[in-house]
Design a protein around this ligand. Structure first.
Ligand SMILES: [Zn+2]
Length: 285
């Protein structure tokens, strides 16, 4: 958390206000989040710059400045988020973007300070840095690319979907939802999926993420909020995540909560009726 839909919701919120706006200054309140740049150099580069665009790569928020000024990349990681309104917990403010004409401020808050802020000279350099640790964006990967990546590993399909080097953007919630929609058991070896199953999985990834973006992501406890401080609506309408013992929306049998190999500390929710391991691909060899 946040995963692709939450970061995309942040980006859409920022895109409504930032492009075309001039930055009076950037205030770095917590330099410990900076990676590969200092507060002084970052503030100097951003001062007086005009925002060209706000975009997303996986779970990265990319704010590009006009001209050859460069771009700032913010990874919200576990607890980061942007606020267009006064944050409810000002002690968690790590960056403040002070805009001019008219004066306004956008805040980046991060309770656990696990987020990262970096600076890149241009989009190509940022793209290369992203490519070193990430596969294609989960919303942009094509079906055959996904098939090739799954064929290379016998790991369970759920940890594979969550591996950012395979495809970028999916975490625990959307992996469970996608696998339920595709009717695949989370522990199926990735390389055991048939061509039809891969097609189904590819479609499910796109549909689940699109629906989650439409509902502005998933919020629980004090975590992710939209840029207006609102909760995302996905977990009010989802199928399996967080729904142990509740009826499966497809077959009405109870959802099961379990732990699977390769995912320490994170629960897995699935329907034992709709998501079975076919005997021919079971792990009993
Ligand atoms: Zn079911």
């Amino acid at each position: 958390m946040p995963e692709l839909p939450e970061v995309e919701t942040m980006v859409r919120g920022l895109r409504g206000v930032l492009p075309g706006r001039r930055l009076r200054r950037l205030e770095v309140r917590d330099p410990s989040l900076l990676q590969g740049c200092t507060a002084t150099s970052l503030m100097r580069r951003m001062r007086g710059g005009t925002v060209a665009d706000v975009g997303r790569r996986g779970k990265w928020v990319v704010i590009e400045l006009e001209g050859d000024v460069g771009l700032i990349v913010i990874q919200p990681r576990m607890t980061g988020g942007f606020w267009l309104i006064e944050p409810d917990r000002p002690e968690h403010i790590r960056l403040s973007f002070h805009l001019e004409k008219p004066d306004a401020t956008i805040w980046y808050c991060d309770a656990r300070r696990l987020g990262k802020v970096s600076w890149y000279q241009d989009a190509a350099v940022a793209e290369t840095a992203f490519g070193r640790s990430h596969g294609p964006d989960a919303l942009r990967i094509d079906r055959d690319d996904l098939a090739g990546r799954l064929a290379r590993t016998s790991r369970g399909i759920k940890p594979t979907l969550m591996d950012q080097k395979v495809l970028a953007g999916i975490g625990n919630i959307y992996a469970d939802e996608t696998l339920h929609r595709a009717g695949l058991h989370p522990e199926r070896p990735s390389s055991s999926l048939s061509a039809d199953e891969i097609t189904r999985l590819h479609r499910a990834i796109g549909e689940v993420l699109a629906r989650a973006i439409e509902l502005e992501g998933s919020s629980f406890d004090a975590g992710y909020r939209t840029v207006l401080g609102l909760e995302g609506g996905f977990l009010a309408q989802n199928s399996v995540y967080g729904r142990e013992h509740q009826p499966c929306p497809s077959c009405a049998r109870p959802i099961r909560k379990t732990r699977i190999a390769g995912l320490i500390g994170r629960p897995t929710y699935y329907c034992p009726t709709c998501q079975v391991i076919p005997p021919s691909t079971s792990r009993s060899r």
